[in-house]
Design a protein around this ligand. Structure first.
Ligand code: ADP
Ligand code: MG
Length: 262
C-alpha cells in the first residue's frame, strides 16, 4: 500500500512545490516507486518535473471530475536518468475550474481519494502538491492522505496561519479521514544566521516536538534555478547543498516510516 502525503501550507512561497519535486526525485533515486500529484492550477510541480503544461491532453482535473482514471493521466518523468524515474499526475490552468465543477458532483471532498484506489499498490509514496489555499483541492488532498508534511519558512510570519491549517487538519480528520496525522514539519529556506530563525525553530520544536524533521533545507540558489530546466536539483547540480539536503530528507522520511511500521 502506498503512503499518501499531502504537502500543505496555505501560505504561498514556503517551498511546497520545491519539496514535492525534490523529495519525489530523491525517493525515486532511493528506489522507491513515487507518484507526484500536482494540485495547484499553476502547475509548477508539472513543469518542474519536465512536462509541458500546454501539451497535456488530460490532467488531474479529469481525475477529480471522474472522466479519466489516474493510470490514464499519469506520466513517467526523468526517463533518461538511470534510476530517477517517477510518475506525475499533472495539472494546468484547467484546475482553476475544479472548485466550481466539483460543487455539482457527489462526494466532492473525497473524489481524489476514490481515484487513488486504482494505484494504491503501484507506489510506495504518493506526494500531493497543494495550492496555497485551504480550498476544495486542499480538502481533497487531506481527505486522501495519511500524513501531512508542512513546509515552514523560519521567518517572522511563519507561525501565522499554522493554527488555521491545524484546525483544518483536525476538522478533516474528524469529518472525513480519521487516520490523518501530521507526518512532519520541514524547515525550508533555512538560514542559520539570524536569531529569528532560532526563535521560530524553537517554537516549532516546542509545539511539534519530534515531528520537526532534523533535516533542514538551506536557502540554495540551485533549488530556485533547477525548475527553469524542468528537472529536480539532483539532475541539475548533484553536488549542491539543495540536492544533498533533499536526499537527506528522503532518508529521514523513509527511516521515520520504518520506525512507525516496525
Ligand atoms: P510554494 O509551492 O510553497 O509556493 P515554491 O516551492 O514554489 O513554494 O518556492 C517559492 C520560490 O522559492 C520558488 O521560486 C522556489 O524556486 C524558491 N525556493 C524554494 N525553496 C528554496 C530554497 N531552499 N532555496 C532557495 N530558493 C528556494
Ligand atoms: Mg507551489
Amino acid at each position: 500500500m502506498a503512503r499518501i502525503i499531502a504537502v500543505t501550507n496555505q501560505k504561498g512561497g514556503v517551498g511546497k512545490t520545491t519539496t514535492c519535486v525534490n523529495l519525489a526525485a530523491s525517493l525515486a533515486a532511493m528506489k522507491r516507486r513515487v507518484l507526484l500529484i500536482d494540485l495547484d492550477p499553476q502547475g509548477n510541480a508539472t513543469t518542474g518535473s519536465g512536462l509541458i503544461k500546454e501539451e497535456l491532453d488530460t490532467s488531474v482535473f479529469d481525475v477529480l471530475v471522474g472522466s479519466h482514471g489516474v493510470k490514464d493521466v499519469m506520466k513517467l518523468v526523468m526517463e533518461d536518468t538511470p534510476d530517477g524515474k517517477y510518475w506525475v499526475l499533472p495539472a494546468n490552468g484547467d484546475l482553476t475550474g475544479a472548485e466550481v465543477a466539483l460543487l455539482d458532483l457527489p462526494s466532492k471532498e473525497t473524489r481524489l481519494r476514490a481515484g487513488l484506489y486504482e494505484v494504491d499498490n503501484d507506489f510506495d509514496y504518493i506526494l500531493l502538491d497543494c495550492p496555497p489555499a485551504l480550498n476544495m483541492l486542499t480538502v481533497n488532498a487531506l481527505a486522501a492522505s495519511q500524513g501531512v508534511l508542512i513546509p515552514v519558512q523560519c521567518e517572522y510570519y511563519a507561525l501565522e496561519g499554522l493554527t488555521a491549517l491545524l484546525q483544518t487538519i483536525e476538522h478533516i480528520s474528524r469529518a472525513l479521514n480519521p487516520s490523518l496525522e501530521i507526518e512532519g514539519i520541514l524547515r525550508t529556506m533555512y538560514d542559520p544566521r539570524p536569531s529569528l530563525t532560532h526563535d521560530v525553530s524553537n517554537q516549532l520544536q516546542k509545539h511539534f516536538g519530534s515531528k520537526v524533521y532534523d533535516t533542514v533545507i538551506p536557502r540554495n540558489i540551485r533549488l530556485a534555478e533547477a525548475p527553469s530546466y524542468g528537472v529536480p536539483v539532483l539532475y541539475y547540480e548533484k553536488q549542491s547543498r539543495g540536492a544533498i539536503a533533499y536526499l537527506a530528507l528522503a532518508g529521514e522520511f523513509i527511516r521515520k516510516r520504518h520506525a512507525k511500521t516496525a
